[in-house]
Design a protein around this ligand. Structure first.
Ligand SMILES: *[C@@H]1O[C@H](CO)[C@@H](O)[C@H](O)[C@H]1NC(C)=O
Ligand SMILES: *[C@@H]1O[C@H](CO)[C@@H](O)[C@H](O)[C@H]1NC(C)=O
Ligand SMILES: *[C@@H]1O[C@H](CO)[C@@H](O)[C@H](O)[C@H]1NC(C)=O
Ligand SMILES: *[C@@H]1O[C@H](CO)[C@@H](O)[C@H](O)[C@H]1NC(C)=O
Ligand SMILES: *[C@@H]1O[C@H](CO)[C@@H](O)[C@H](O)[C@H]1NC(C)=O
Length: 490
């Protein structure tokens, strides 16, 4: 019984197919309902026909199929939607409400040269989705928020890749690497790129047309390679908007052709906060620095071992924080810890001499603690324009006991002192505390204050924590300057 039914079915299909061939033959080109098929053209146009699916009856020898602006009911494309179109060269699927494309959907279309999947709602392109295709032009424009798996383009070649208006901000170069060699034109304008790593150069230099206008480039020294490429290879960019900058502020809204090489600068890191907090068995050293780009931080222990804290990628111009825990050393000697902040503009080092606080009376009221003044060395090194500049200074103030400092004491007492931190821990039973103060250029302070009145005024400190504030850092920078000038003059 079953067999008979099956036979009947395929018999029906056979009859249908035969009748199509008989009625149309090779002369008449069957045209799906609702579509327009100009005679002698082997093209099928079904633009804006309110089709809910790809229509049946598309002739096998169709060369060009246009389905733009039909909202498909099923937003997922699979290989079964494109069977029996062996000679298709152009496929237009723009504005069809497509949300995803299964792997190998187009694998049967071995002669495809143009593929347009623009203006859909594609969110994620999985690995190997387009493998086997050798395209001339591939349009993925205006799929805002689209993400690509690292191997999305593996197995694909195309001469032109058009991805404007896709809100791209962190497209990995690895995604495009499979196209290296075949790609000649890359359209990435009107996206949200803030930076392109230097490695992009090795892709871009093999192209003949590139569009990078209308992005949000962060035009610091890390992007100067692109600027150099832009001014030396202007034919690659000609005919379109020049790449544009959104930051840093002085380059905001500027186009590359309005800038100079010297406008692409980075900013040396500055410390925003360095502090140390001790509990009975554990010390916590925190170092926060900022710069453009965000610096890599290193905590260097007295024995020279180092902990490294990389900034989050994709984040420019943001703070980076390095937290290192130390355990109670055997010796109560002072030991030198260094926090180094590094970015392409150079290194800035903050040294602190730490001694484990000696607690005089562990049952002291939790609001008081001994505070020990320490020596601070700030050592800064950087190189400008290939010329190495290096200078450092040390301020040695005799270590002295600052006595008991209660939280009621005004931080103002230390307000001229330029730095940092330490704390009074608050614990009922295990009471152990910490302390750390940095004194910098005590002697110069009058002069400095004269020069920058508000610079050293501390404000808004938490009650029992002494930390270095931005203001302090300004002081440091200024002092560095002074020192530098002195150095040169002397
Ligand atoms: C693709 O094929 C599936 C299964 O045959 C079908 O349900 C869907 O409607 C087709 N999609 C389009 C856009 O025609
Ligand atoms: C596809 O094109 C080839 C070469 O032009 C031709 O021989 C073949 O008949 C075509 N196939 C179909 C199904 O039209
Ligand atoms: C790219 O950015 C998107 C959205 O901002 C995020 O979800 C995704 O994880 C990022 N991808 C990478 C590789 O950073
Ligand atoms: C692209 O290929 C060229 C030569 O084949 C190579 O030098 C370059 O590094 C490649 N670029 C990338 C981004 O892989
Ligand atoms: C900056 O510090 C890092 C880490 O200590 C070091 O590797 C690098 O050589 C330093 N660079 C300069 C320019 O001093």
């Amino acid at each position: 019984m079953r067999r008979k039914v099956l036979f009947l079915c395929s018999f029906n299909e056979l009859v249908l197919t035969i009748s199509v061939i008989v009625y149309c033959g090779n002369i008449c080109f069957a045209c799906p309902k609702g579509c327009f098929c100009p005679s002698m053209s082997q093209n099928v146009y079904c633009t804006r026909q309110s089709l809910l699916a790809i229509p049946d009856g598309i002739p096998y020898d169709t060369l060009e199929l246009t389905l733009n602006d039909n909202r498909f009911k099923n937003p997922v494309l699979t290989r079964r939607n494109f069977t029996n179109l062996p000679n298709l060269t152009n496929l237009y699927l723009s504005g069809c409400g497509i949300e995803s494309i299964a792997i190998d959907t187009f694998a049967g279309l071995t002669k495809l040269k143009w593929l347009d999947i623009s203006k859909n709602e594609l969110k994620f392109i999985a690995d190997f989705t387009f493998r086997g295709l050798n395209l001339e032009n591939f349009f993925i424009n205006e799929n805002p928020g689209i993400q690509f798996s690292p191997k999305a383009f593996d197995g694909l070649t195309t001469r032109g890749l058009y991805m404007h208006g896709c809100s791209l901000m962190n497209l990995s170069l690895d995604v495009l690497r499979p196209l290296n060699g075949s790609l000649r034109a890359l359209w990435l304008y009107d996206n949200q790129f803030e930076r392109l790593e230097k490695d992009w150069f090795y892709l871009l230099k093999s192209l003949s047309h590139v569009r990078l206008g209308k992005n949000n480039f962060h035009c610091n020294c890390e992007m100067s390679w692109l600027y150099q490429f832009f001014i030396t290879q202007d034919s690659i960019f000609s005919g379109g908007d020049a790449p544009s900058c959104s930051s840093p502020p002085q380059n905001n809204k500027k186009l590359f052709n309005e800038l100079k090489t010297s406008d692409f600068t980075c900013e040396l890191p500055t410390f925003k906060n360095v502090d140390a907090v001790f509990e009975s068995e554990l010390g916590k050293l925190t170092c926060t620095a900022t710069g453009d780009p965000s610096p890599t931080l290193f905590w260097v222990r007295p024995d020279g071992t180092t902990e490294t804290y990389y900034p989050l990628k994709q984040e420019t111009d943001k703070d980076n924080e390095g937290v290192m825990y130390i355990t109670n050393p055997q010796s109560m000697e002072k030991a030198k810890y260094k926090c180094i902040a590094n970015n392409p503009a150079g290194n800035v080092t903050f040294s602190l001499n730490l001694a484990w606080p000696v607690v005089k009376d562990s049952h002291v009221e939790s609001t008081s603690a001994p505070l020990t003044a320490t020596t601070t060395t700030v050592n800064k090194q950087y190189s400008v324009g290939g010329k190495k500049n290096s200078y450092e200074w040390t301020v040695n103030k005799p270590e002295k006991n600052m006595g008991i400092v209660s939280t009621n004491d005004k931080v103002k007492n230390f307000s001229i002192v330029d730095i940092v931190g330490a704390v009074i821990g608050t614990f009922l039973l295990t009471l152990l505390i910490c302390a750390l103060v940095f004194h910098l250029y005590y002697r110069r302070r009058e002069r400095l204050r004269y020069e920058e009145k508000d610079c050293c005024e501390k404000n808004k400190h938490p009650k029992n924590v002494y930390t270095m504030s931005d203001h302090d850092e300004n002081c440091i920078k200024m002092m560095i300057h002074h020192h530098n000038t002195d150095h040169i003059h002397s």
